[in-house]
Design a binder for this molecule. Structure first.
Ligand code: 0L1
Ligand code: MG
Length: 262
């Protein structure tokens, strides 16, 4: 690690306040160019500690930058990981107030819910599928705290991977007999199909993102507990939204979930 504890705390406070005040900022590596990956996750951990101290609860985990296209664009081979707190939860069909966000975008995802713990190293797709209770449609609302979504990987990890809101819903289904690689999705905004894809866009198989998360946590001596909801990553590019937009995600064999921006 290259940053001292005071700097990590200050940067966490800064990013947390940006989120609370809907204020954007320049990417933090501008001021701290020698920040490393451990520093970045330490800042994210400090943001989580701040939220927990305010009485919030962690209700899910996420993998981000999981589509081959986005990873190539960013020049990375490993996704980024973050967490969701209870105030990020939107009920299916519920409202998201744009006044509480900076510049939201939506991503179509497949959400996994585990029934057994998953721990790396060596976690693989088979172990993830064996530990999966069910999968269901999920829309992630990302809202980078960085001006115009201009960031680098370390800055985005520190910023809890742009997490801000999510909805899961539709019809939960078990993974037996399901080929998540060929599961098709359509993301509609105001009834108009805006993005299409299939599960294989996420690392070849969405369960690979969950395995990578388990391996990442394993390096830190942590695991994915049973009963965890995990967003496996955007299947398509994120779509910018504004007040008045209704967003619906349809996933083949899993129904749909939706939210509206007000
Ligand atoms: O969930 C995601 O894939 C987003 C990760 C952070 C990068 C971004 O804000 O686009
Ligand atoms: Mg996402």
């Amino acid at each position: 690690m290259n940053l001292d504890q005071n700097t990590i705390k200050q940067l966490a406070e800064h990013l947390d306040n940006c989120q609370l005040n809907q204020q954007d900022t320049l990417k933090i590596t501008e001021q701290h160019p020698d920040m490393d990956w451990d520093d970045a996750y330490a800042i994210q951990d400090e943001i989580r500690a701040r939220k927990l101290a305010r009485g919030l609860k962690v209700v899910g985990l996420k993998a981000g930058l999981t589509s081959f296209a986005k990873m190539k664009q960013m020049g990375v081979e490993v996704p980024v990981f973050g967490f969701m707190t209870d105030d990020y939860t939107v009920q299916d069909g519920g409202e998201v107030k744009v006044s509480e966000l900076i510049h939201p975008k939506v991503e179509p995802e497949i959400a996994f819910v585990t029934k057994a713990p998953l721990k790396g190293p060596g976690c693989h797709i088979g172990a993830v599928l064996a530990a999966t209770d069910f999968v269901m449609p999920g829309i992630e609302v990302i809202d980078s705290r960085y001006r115009d979504f201009k960031f680098d990987l370390k800055s985005v990890i520190a910023d809890n991977t742009s997490a801000s809101r999510f909805v899961v819903g539709g019809q939960p289904v078990g993974v037996e007999g399901l080929d998540l690689r060929t599961t098709g999705i359509v993301l509609e905004v105001n009834g108009v199909p805006m993005a299409f894809g299939a599960g294989a866009a996420v690392l070849g198989h969405p369960a690979a993102a969950i395995a990578m998360l388990a391996n990442h946590l394993g390096e830190r001596g942590e695991e994915i507990p049973a009963g965890t909801m995990i967003l496996s990553g955007g299947i398509t590019e994120a779509v910018a939204v504004k007040a008045g937009d209704n967003v619906t995600l349809r996933v083949q064999g899993m129904g749909s979930c939706s939210l509206r921006f007000v």
